[in-house]
Ligand binder design. Sequence first.
Ligand code: PLP
Length: 395
Amino acid sequence: MTGRDSGAGLTTTPELAERYLMQTGRRLPVTFVRGEGCLVYDDTGREYLDLVAGIAVNLLGHAHPDVVRALASQASRLIHTSNLYFTEPQVELARRLVELSFPSRAFFCNSGAEANEAAIKLARKWGTKNRDGAFEIITTTGSFHGRTLAAVTAGGQHKYSDPFAPLPAGFVHVPYNDAEAIESATTDATVAVMLEPVMGEIGVVPAAAGYLERVRAWCDRKNLLLILDEVQTGLGRTGRWFAYQHTRIAPDVMTLAKGLGGGVPIGACLAAPRADVFEPGDHGSTFGGNPLACAVASTVLEIVERDGLVGHAAEMGDVLAQATADLGASQTRGVGLMRAFEFEAPKAKAFQHACLDAGLVVNAVDDHSVRLVPPLIITARQIDRAHGVMKQAAG
Ligand SMILES: Cc1ncc(COP(=O)(O)O)c(C=O)c1O
């Protein structure tokens, strides 16, 4: 037997995808081949305005010249070495992230799920050292932390975890925005509380005023770690570098991914000194923190800073909020350029298709809610264009 098979006769990309790719998710009927800024183009040359940005990833849009330059330049020097050696781009990226956030050190990996795996392992080791072997992590119903086994268990959505039982022990779920529920769920076995500052995947549910502060105070009082999953909210998306910066608190551990590499896969877990308990041999990743991804990520941070894109995201967030206010939605939610609106009728998917047909990329997270997480470089004019399409599609 050879690998040759009967793919003959299949011609379109969707047909070939069905034949050769595991069917882990449903795709919209479009094949993108290139992009530029906030625009993407399909295989027929048709243009679309992209309000999804690879699910909150492409902070600088598509094919940003500085990102392209950084990629080419680093690729021509050194792509990968493993973590058996030092590399300059990795240390430089860690320095930048720490200086933008809170006193900490960084571990690099390749995705949000991996960043959360690192945080979970860190919390467990910390519990062994500091809390008599406590290992339970309190997370919230509806949260999303990625697709590895521990991450789906940490996440509070049964549809992602139940098919894969038995699940790892040590995760307790409580309602979001309910600090009292966290307090009641805390036992001697609890080691950490893990939260998204804005729940993204479930449809952009922001933390209520005072919630994160109260949970921080509880963690301090009970000697627990506060882990914030900023995989989606981080790097300017909410109009601050990190969403926790809308408050006066800081986490002990913060996870990042998505926007960090401007489209190149990279994840990070930052730990404050009290939580920084990994020792040589405890954790690792062959590709994590490779020079290519780190050099690009440093460039992304540099451009976000140079072009004032964090403030721009806050400003454009207000414009985008306005553009979702008259679509007949029963609810609109969000912070900065992380927005959603909810229809009373189950028409989010039809709305998404109608937008796509009219050249606009939006993301229906379920039958009722639509999420918008455009590149941070989006302009008021582009939002106006999107508004026209959405108004028609909602009508
Ligand atoms: C808050 C949050 N955490 C973790 C993840 C998982 O990230 P990845 O898909 O890179 O593993 C996501 C992805 O949507 C996310 O939104």
